[in-house]
Design a protein around this ligand. Structure first.
Ligand code: COA
Length: 167
């Protein structure tokens, strides 16, 4: 039998406002499990992003400029499960930082499963170094002139500095 296994695709959704080293770590680890990972900037109706969609895409692309076609970056204004099915993805990857993430992530995963049973949610434990960071905390530190090197890539640090210097 000459069966060729189709490539396994996962989507990694989030607001990415901006992408952090914690996200980069999750993406690199997801690439060990899936042939292709599509990073999807999705809408969380509770958030008002600092960066435009184009700025966020650009920052994500710069993180992986040396990497290959196994990473994609896209956006959706619809349901993440619909995006997953349309793009042939079998899984949604989410990072879990602390117990405090669990309730929300559990609800999200159950709702996504109810909406679309063909797509599984896969949780990766966020690397220890990134457990206490979030995009909001980093933005807050940057807004007040704090040193955020080490928690975001250099180009993201520069983008934040530029954003806040413009007031
Ligand atoms: N390292 C560091 N920080 C991390 C992290 C990691 N590994 N993983 C998550 N975070 C942080 C993010 O920076 C973010 O911080 P912030 O709240 O300060 O912005 C926070 O954890 C969680 O954000 P994120 O992972 O980006 O999720 P979100 O809650 O912003 O986005 C969506 C959730 C967009 C994925 C979800 O709303 C969605 O799927 N929307 C589309 C519509 C849909 O399908 N809804 C679900 C069915 S109703």
């Amino acid at each position: 039998m000459n069966e060729t296994k189709p490539p396994s695709v996962a989507v990694y959704p989030g607001t990415f406002d901006p992408i952090t080293n914690g996200h980069v770590d999750i993406i690199k680890r997801a690439l060990r499990m899936f042939d292709r990972v599509i990073i999807v900037i999705a809408v969380n109706t509770q958030k008002t992003p600092l960066f435009s969609i184009e700025e966020r895409i650009d920052m994500i692309n710069q993180c992986f400029s040396n990497t290959n076609d196994r990473i994609g970056v896209d956006t959706t204004t619809g349901l993440i499960v619909d995006f997953a099915v349309e793009n042939g993805a079998c899984a949604i990857v989410r990072g879990l930082r602390a117990v405090s993430d669990f309730d929300y992530e559990f609800q999200l995963a159950l709702m996504n499963r109810k909406l679309e049973r063909r797509v599984e949610t896969v949780f990766l434990m966020t690397g220890f170094r990134w457990i206490f960071i979030s995009s909001s905390i980093i933005k807050d530190a940057a807004r007040h002139g704090g040193d955020i090197s080490g928690v975001v890539p250099a180009h993201v640090r520069n983008a934040l500095a530029e954003k806040f210097s413009r007031g």
